[in-house]
Structure formats: structure tokens, C-alpha cells
Design a binder for this molecule. Structure first.
Ligand code: C5P
Length: 480
């Protein structure tokens, strides 16, 4: 039976049988057979059916072929795929954390994951069946793998092994878990865990880049002792962080930025001293790129003006590459109008007025004289531009008196919000180059302290705030 036929049969049964439905819709028996053949309901009939089902305590989503009891319709679903690594046991903790956040969790385990934990332990936690096989007649009769893939708000692969990531990037569908990732139309999130060498291997990194460009959200592993005894990046991110990131994705409406133009600056700028030397600031560009990826995933048209970084352009983002602050400034002004500007770049404060056109040779006893001039302040300039984006957001990274300095910046630059980065002296928790960030959001007099979180999670949190701001201030330039 097709998915449509299946759901249609349930609808008919819930509404009291074929005769009752024909009477409700004012049609004869052939009409019902036609709907079934076309696997589609006419719009006006759909509305009548939805209302009738609602009255009987059911919510009907015909596009997703879903029928929920009204009491549980607000419960969001996560399809949790556990693949086979030593971190598989953390999948159990993750399932619990997801349920704590109000999700209903449906578990899927690969064959190798079952070497580490049993489907029974996951099933006992989630209170639901755990799916393991692609060709299981029982499962197909009960659910069908396409329904399993679609009947969810998020597909979360955690932990994801190097092997599974490789399969995903190549689009393999050789087991239930990889097939579900191909068949789903829900967002896919992947939390890798592996040996540090496997993580760093160019093959793994290329596969992750490919997934990132396809819009898969990667929750990067963290640094520390791994099960194999090696120290480095490869440990599964904390289940709490993964659950938070999942909640951000699912609860914030995926398309809340549709029809908006978001301008983002990112990365450092390079101010040449001569053709081989430059002045710069420390910046990996990771936060700006995470913001660009998240805004695009939420439906925005994104222009990312980026200084030199070694990051791939996120999916569906227009990348404008620049080197200097002056070029970044020009590129930003040329990208206006925008609804929202987010200045995450670590712009060099000065450029070299007397930059040489040839490489300067070292000479004994002669020190080069560098004359500096102030760079344009892009954030201040956008905040005070005639075609000012209605919402302008800046960043502040400070080593001391963070909130005081951030407040000063808010006033001086005349932007709307500042994200204040807590820069720590401890290199293991440093913001620079890290995949994590500890920040507070300053909105006028309001200060919201965010937890230590991944840069993707920060991006999602900011989008939730932007979404609320948009709802309160209806002023899109993009739609005008
Ligand atoms: O002035 P400061 O560099 O501390 O301010 C940081 C904020 O201002 C960041 O949002 C940064 O992107 C932005 N900025 C800018 N242009 C500059 C300097 C900083 O857009 N020339």
C-alpha cells in the first residue's frame, strides 16, 4: 500500500468509513477512488477533512502524510541514528537529553553500533521500537523506511563514525541508517566522533566539507582524551550541547528568514606591508561562516563578505572575498540594501599608508618605518548609512571589562545589538580558531548570557532572537 493510500485509509476510518466521508465531502464513491489514484486530495476537500478530523481530536498534515492525535501534535520528533563507535554509549545519554527537551525520540542503530550497545537499552529509554534493518518485513509492514525518514523533524546522527560520514557524502544507501539520511526531507545533523588522526585525515575533512555544503549541520567533535588513548580532536561533543543544537534547529522555524537579505562580514583582514607581509587580527572566520550557513538554512539570501580564511563557502551563500578592510567596506556598501547586517569580521584597525610595492629587504641597522592610517569602521558605517539595515549586529571580543566595553561599542558605533565574546587566556577554551564560543547578547539594556556552546549553536540562538525581532518590527527591505 502506498503512503498516501495508507494515510487515506486511516483518515476514512477516523471519519467513520467511506459513506460518511462521501457524505461529508458531497461526492460519490468514484471521487474517493480518483483521489486514491492521483494520490492527492483537492484543496477544498482537504480543508473539510482537516476540520472534521480536528473535531475528532486529530491533526492532519497531508503534505507530510501525517496524522497526529492533537494531544501530542506539538511534540517534535527526532530520528536518532547511532553508528558504531565507542561513543555509541553516549547515544543513550543523548536520547535522554533530547527527551528532556520535549522531543519524542525514535532510535535507529547500525549493525556495528549494536556491538557497543543493544537496541533494547535504547528502546527502553525512548519507549519506542528501535529500527535496525533495511529489509525487515515486519518493520516495512509497520512503518516503511520512507515513512520512517519523513516522519520526523530532524535526523540526528550521533555519534557519526568516519565510515558513516563517508557513506553520507557519497550518497550510499546500503543500510537502513544511510538510506534514511538519503530519503529524508527533514534537516540532517551529524555529530562525529572518532580517533584524532581519522578526524584530521583529508578524506574525512573533504567528506565533511561536502556535507556542510549540502546543508548538513555538523556538530564538531571536541578536544580531549579519546578512547584509543590519543589526545586531540575527536571526542563526541557533549550530549547536552548536541541536544541544545537539535532543539535550536527544530524549534526555530526553518524558514523564518525567507525573503530577507542578510549581510555578514567574517574573517580577518590583511593589510599589506609589502607583497609578502601584512598586519592582521586573529580570526578563523568560523563564527561568521556558521552564521552565514545558519541564515541561509533559515531561508535568507545571504551575502558573506569574507577576509582570507580557509573555510568552504556554505551552501546557498553569495561569497565576496576581500583582503583589506577598505575592500571589505566597499563590498559591504555595494551589497546594501540589506535587512540585517552582522559584522563578525575581525577587521584590522589600521592599514599601512606607505605599503611597498616590492618585498622589503632586511638591512642591518635600518628598521623599516611603517606609517599607519585608520581603517574605516564598517560596523559604524553600516549603522549610520543612509540605507541602514533595520537591524545591525556587531561583535565585541575583549580580554577585560567585557560588558562595559561592549556597551560602549553599542553606543559609539550606533548598532542595535552586540554579541560580547568572552576571550579567555586559557588556550583550550579560547574563542579564536575554536569551534566553540562563550558570549552574551546585548540588546539595548537587556543582557542575555549564553552558555559555552558551538559556533553553530550560537548562530541558531541568534536566529531565534532575530526571528522575534522581525515579528516585532515588520520592516523587510527585501520584499519591498
Ligand atoms: O572596534 P572593535 O574592533 O572592537 O569592534 C568590533 C566590532 O566592530 C565587530 O563587530 C567588528 O566586525 C566591527 N568592526 C568593523 N570595522 C572595523 C573594526 C571593527 O566592522 N574597522
Amino acid at each position: 500500500m502506498s503512503d498516501f493510500a495508507d494515510i487515506f485509509a486511516q483518515v476514512i476510518q477516523k471519519l467513520g468509513g467511506r459513506d460518511a466521508v462521501q457524505a461529508l465531502l458531497g461526492v460519490g464513491p468514484s471521487a474517493l477512488s480518483n483521489y486514491l489514484r492521483r494520490a492527492e486530495l483537492p484543496r477544498d476537500k482537504m480543508a473539510i477533512i482537516s476540520t472534521a478530523l480536528h473535531a475528532k481530536g486529530w491533526s492532519f498534515e497531508p503534505k507530510k502524510l501525517q496524522l497526529y492525535p492533537l494531544t501530542t501534535q506539538t511534540k517534535r520528533r527526532v530520528l536518532l541514528i547511532i553508528t558504531g563507535g565507542i561513543a555509541a554509549y553516549k547515544g543513550l545519554d543523548l536520547a535522554r537529553r533530547l527527551m528532556d527537551r520535549g522531543f519524542s525520540v525514535r532510535g535507529v542503530m547500525t549493525e556495528s553500533a549494536q556491538n557497543f550497545i543493544t537496541p533494547l537499552s535504547l528502546s527502553a529509554l525512548t519507549g519506542d521500537k528501535v529500527y535496525t534493518e533495511l529489509f525487515s518485513l515486519t518493520d516495512e509492514a509497520e512503518m516503511g523506511h520512507i515513512r520512517l525518514a519523513r516522519d520526523t523533524d530532524l535526523v540526528l546522527v550521533a555519534p557519526a563514525t568516519a565510515n558513516f560520514i563517508a557513506k553520507l557524502s557519497h550518497g550510499l544507501a546500503d543500510c537502513l541508517a544511510s538510506t534514511l539520511c538519503l530519503a529524508t526531507d527533514a534537516p540532517v545533523m551529524v555529530a562525529p566522533a572518532m580517533n584524532p588522526n581519522m578526524w584530521q585525515h583529508p578524506a574525512t575533512q573533504d567528506n565533511l566539507t561536502c556535507l556542510d555544503q549540502r546543508g548538513v549541520q555538523i556538530i564538531a567533535p571536541v578536544s580531549g582524551d579519546t578512547a584509543c588513548g590519543e589526545i586531540g580532536i575527536g571526542r563526541l561533543a557533549e550530549p547536552v550541547d548536541i541536544a541544545d543544537a537539535a532543539a535550536q534547529v527544530v524549534h526555530s522555524k526553518r524558514n523564518c528568514l525567507a525573503g530577507r537579505h542578510v549581510l555578514i562580514t567574517s574573517g580577518p583582514t590583511h593589510e599589506p606591508i609589502d607583497p609578502v607581509r601584512y598586519i592582521s587580527n586573529r580570526s578563523s572566520g568560523k563564527q561568521g561562516y556558521a552564521l552565514a550557513a545558519a541564515c541561509a538554512a533559515h531561508g535568507a539570501r545571504v551575502t558573506l563578505v569574507s577576509g582570507p580564511v580557509s573555510l568552504p563557502c556554505p551552501a546557498n551563500v553569495t561569497l565576496v572575498k576581500v583582503n583589506t578592510a577598505r575592500a571589505m567596506h566597499q563590498a559591504c556598501l555595494s551589497s546594501l540594501p540589506a535587512d540585517i547586517a552582522i559584522c563578525a569580521a575581525a577587521v584590522a584597525d589600521w592599514y599601512v599608508l606607505n605599503a611597498a610595492t616590492q618585498k622589503q629587504k632586511k638591512q642591518n641597522h635600518v628598521q623599516p618605518q611603517i606609517e599607519l592610517a585608520k581603517n574605516p569602521d564598517i560596523l559604524a558605517s553600516l549603522s549610520q548609512a543612509t540605507s541602514r539595515p533595520p537591524l545591525v549586529i556587531g561583535f565585541a571580543a575583549e580580554t577585560e571589562h567585557l560588558i562595559r566595553h561592549a556597551k560602549d561599542k553599542l553606543a559609539k558605533k550606533k548598532c542595535d545589538w552586540i554579541i560580547a565574546n568572552h576571550i579567555s587566556d586559557d588556550p583550550s577554551s579560547s574563542v579564536f580558531g575554536s569551534d566553540h564560543n562563550k558570549a552574551s547578547l546585548l540588546k539595548g539594556v537587556d543582557i542575555i548570557d549564553w552558555p559555552y556552546q558551538s559556533k553553530q549553536a550560537l548562530a541558531e540562538r541568534l536566529i531565534v532572537e532575530i526571528d522575534q525581532w522581525i515579528k516585532a518590527h515588520d520592516c523587510s527591505i527585501e520584499t519591498k
